[in-house]
Design a protein around this ligand. Structure first.
Ligand SMILES: Cc1ncc(COP(=O)(O)O)c(C=O)c1O
Length: 476
């Protein structure tokens, strides 16, 4: 394939993309693929001679597309969204064309400066306050790991980096009961050890109890541990609960802890001033993460990590062999000095395209619609006899379960809901996922795909009630 062939093939790919996105609504959200089915369709060994793009493209359409889960489907209501948009897709094509490796300012000045600048736009858009420095990570998990490593090193005065953890005081990290598993992962990957993650009990609103946090820190100090970090949550994964940052962040600060806020999903909603209450006090944190690749129309990967002290991050991450020194460029940021990876993609370009193409008002409108539809669908489902809402609507997320009249709570009800969920996802019209909340199996409805419309919400209601009917009848 020659450079000049990109013109015709680019047009073909663009036509395919537009048609795929336009017709997604008529496809099942999740493929009914058997494990191993995709590999069975592929030759065991790679081709010795090059093949035509025509045949590769045909195989893409026939062997790949029918077996992907369609995350951009307007009725994808599973997990949290990982949404995208046409300007983001276009920017990814251009990013791939430039194929710039943005590890240092000099390896791509535009890559670096665009990242600094667009993240400052995002800081302004989300109202998180002044004094933040942004860095785009591959995911919120990476941002949280970076924060925990920084907290570890700060608490040890950077001795861990030099000497390792042996002989150091045992560190302790505190987090919410509703924290994402990536917090636990960061704690064990950083060498602090899973046993040293203290999950603080929550009150009836799902927020971490400040008195319990204070007591846990005091108890740990008395036992000779070294408390080093608090990871608070805004928009937890299970049912969207948030900690009260204005209570726990000042407390953690008084105790000398490094503070990180995981707002991976809900952070995008902060672009709407009316939703900022869930993150009241966020300006006091040392570090926070939100994912434009979840709910800000920017395709994966694009996770915005903001820190107050870029120096702390740099002291934790940096290593500068002679071949990585940027010469004669004072006042520039070499991003590889503050991230775990050396090589970095030009991820800021797609965020720049998205923010400019929609404008802040356009992005706000999409998020406001999602939140309004979640409220509307929850209200309609909650009014159906035999359907019980199991957590309040939090932005674009709520949960429910079937509970036919007169049914005992317990494992049989969990099984009924698991079977019902299989029936929903086997039907293919919508896609929902489950979690366990307060010990019981519940079904989450997460609204956040760019293409979702009011019609899709109506279809979701009809599908859920149609497929629930036999379960409600059988059980009564
Ligand atoms: C609250 C929260 N934190 C972290 C993550 C992990 O995000 P990522 O896949 O960007 O690492 C998720 C994923 O859904 C999440 O919901």
């Amino acid at each position: 394939m020659k450079n000049s062939d990109l013109e015709a093939w680019g047009a073909r790919a663009a036509a395919w993309s537009a048609s795929y996105l336009d017709t997604l609504g008529s496809r099942p959200v999740r493929p009914q693929t058997r494990p191993g089915e995709v590999r069975e369709s592929l030759p065991a060994a790679p081709p010795v001679d090059g093949e035509s793009i025509e045949s590769i493209f045909t195989d893409f359409e026939n062997l790949v597309v029918p077996h992907v889960t369609n995350w951009q489907h307007p009725r994808f209501f599973a997990y949290f969204p990982s949404n995208s948009s046409p300007p983001s897709v276009l920017a990814e094509w251009l990013t791939a064309t430039l194929a710039a490796q943005c590890m240092l300012w000099q390896t791509s000045p535009a890559g670096t400066e665009m990242e600094v600048h667009v993240l400052d736009w995002l800081r302004q858009m989300t109202g998180i306050g002044e004094g933040w420095h942004g860095v785009i990570q591959t995911g919120a998990g990476m941002a949280t790991l970076s924060a925990i490593l920084t907290a570890r090193e700060k608490a040890l005065d950077w001795a861990g980096k030099e000497q390792g953890l042996a002989g150091q005081k045992t560190l302790r990290v505190y987090t919410s009961l509703h924290a994402h598993s990536s917090v636990e992962k960061a704690v064990f990957l950083s060498g602090i050890g899973r046993e040293n993650l203290v999950k603080i009990e929550a009150d009836e609103t799902g927020a971490m109890r400040a008195d319990a946090l204070r007591a846990a820190i005091a108890e740990d100090r008395a036992a000779g541990y070294l408390p080093c970090a608090l990871v608070a949550v805004v928009g937890g994964t299970g049912v969207g609960y948030s900690d009260r940052l204005d209570e726990v962040l000042p407390l953690a600060r008084e105790e000398g802890l490094f503070t990180h806020v995981d707002a991976a999903w809900a952070g995008s909603a902060l672009i709407c001033p009316e939703f900022r209450g869930i993150a009241k006090g966020i300006e006091m944190a040392d570090s926070m993460v939100m994912n434009p690749h979840k709910w800000l129309m920017t395709n994966f990967d694009c996770s915005a990590h903001f820190v107050k002290s870029v120096d702390d991050l740099q002291k934790t991450m940096s290593i500068t062999p002679a071949y990585l020194v940027t010469q004669d460029a004072d006042g520039i940021q070499d991003y590889s000095q503050i991230t775990m990876e050396l090589g970095r993609r030009f991820r800021a370009l797609k965020l720049w395209f998205v923010i400019r193409a929609y404008g802040v008002a356009g992005l706000q409108k999409i998020i406001r619609d999602h939140v309004a539809w979640a409220e509307q669908l929850a209200e309609r489902l909650g009014a159906v006899p035999g359907i019980e809402l199991t957590s309040p609507v939090q932005l674009g997320l709520f949960s429910f379960r079937l509970r036919p009249e007169g049914t005992e709570d317990g494992e049989a009800l969990d099984r009924l809901n698991a079977e019902f969920l299989d029936a929903v996802n086997g039907d293919g019209t919508i896609y929902l996922t489950q979690t366990v909340h307060e010990g019981r199996y519940i079904i989450r409805v997460s609204i956040g795909t760019t293409a979702t419309s009011q019609d899709d919400i109506d279809i979701a209601f009809d599908t859920i009630t149609r497929l629930a009917a036999p379960y409600l009848k059988t059980a009564t």
